[in-house]
Design a protein around this ligand. Structure first.
Ligand SMILES: [Zn+2]
Ligand SMILES: [Zn+2]
Length: 311
């Protein structure tokens, strides 16, 4: 495995003609990536980040890159680290998969729970307000912006969440994968379907894409996506063995050797990921995970993360 790109800078990076990724270091919970695609008359933003301070910085960077208005904002899924900043794109049409809108409609999780999960961002959570998408699509949608085609793609089933969307530029071979891709940050499946997520990652690997912007982590390629897919496959395979042997979920999560993935950020996400696999095996994925249990469990794991360091 190549040296891990452990450090990267927050900012807008031009990847192709007028196509930018906005990457946030260092990809942990609440710290996601976004994008900007500038067309002939207007621009499209891909995701809105989470806290007001994050989105303001992103909007400033957009203003430096183009004087054209952001006419459309795509939400790649409902999680608040991608939709929290929607309200800072006034005048833009917010577009998402139909089930993303449905999942966002009840609002963000309660502020005290968010503060428990991400204490370093506690101060700004009370300032957040939900703005729902106003245009939704089912499996596919193509935006023709005069210069290029922008393809919005949903796998057809829940993967990272119920309403994931990827944004693909076929001419430029650039793919904004949203949270279907995590690079060097452990994927988090607390609302996902791990088996389907592996399938969705395989389908993205078949796209003619040379550059992939993950939802979290540095810009990469298909090689990085393969590594993430392999993590999910490892977790699911090892979880199944322990599920079949009747091992309780937390013991199973502790027992699985993560190998190289122990170095990925937030390796303690193994706990909710195995939990979600167990729910999948029991066909209980419609039951939401107890978030307080998940947060406290991951804290316990962090304390003993070194157990996972080697194969
Ligand atoms: Zn995210
Ligand atoms: Zn997410």
């Amino acid at each position: 495995m190549a040296a891990l790109p452990r450090e990267w800078k927050t900012g807008l990076i031009e990847l192709g003609p007028k196509v930018f990724a906005y990457v946030q270091a260092t990809g942990e919970s609440g710290v996601s990536n976004a994008g900007l695609i500038v067309g002939s008359d207007s621009a499209m933003a891909v995701d809105a980040l989470m806290l007001p301070s994050m989105t303001r910085r992103y909007v400033e960077a957009i203003k430096k890159a183009t004087r054209k208005p952001v006419a459309q904002l795509i939400n790649t899924h409902h999680h608040l680290d991608h939709t929290g900043g929607n309200r800072f794109f006034k005048g833009a049409t917010v577009v998402s998969h139909a089930r993303c809108r449905e999942a966002l409609a009840p609002g963000f999780p309660p502020v005290p729970l968010l503060q428990r999960f991400m204490p370093h961002f506690a101060r700004e959570f009370p300032l957040m307000k939900v703005v729902l998408p106003t245009v939704t699509f089912q499996d596919r949608m193509v935006v023709h912006d005069g210069r290029r085609e922008i393809h919005l793609w949903h796998p057809g089933y829940p993967a990272h969440t119920v309403g994931d969307a990827a944004v693909f530029l076929p001419k430029e071979k650039i793919l904004f994968a949203g949270d279907i891709a995590f690079y060097y940050v452990t994927p988090l499946a607390f609302q996902g379907h791990v088996g389907n997520w592996i399938k969705a990652a395989n389908r993205l690997l078949a796209f003619d894409a040379e550059v992939i912007i993950p939802g979290h982590g540095p810009i990469g390629t298909k090689a990085d996506l393969r590594k993430m897919r392999n993590y999910l496959a490892l977790v699911r395979r090892e979880a199944k063995k322990r599920f079949d042997a009747g091992m309780p979920v937390e013991a199973a999560a502790r027992d699985i050797k993560l190998g190289v993935y122990a170095q990925w950020r937030e390796a303690e996400r193994i706990l909710p990921n195995v939990m979600r696999c167990y729910q999948e095996f029991r066909q209980e994925l419609d039951r939401p995970m107890d978030l307080k249990w998940m947060i406290d469990g991951m804290r316990r794991f962090k304390g003993s993360a070194s157990d996972h360091a080697c194969l």
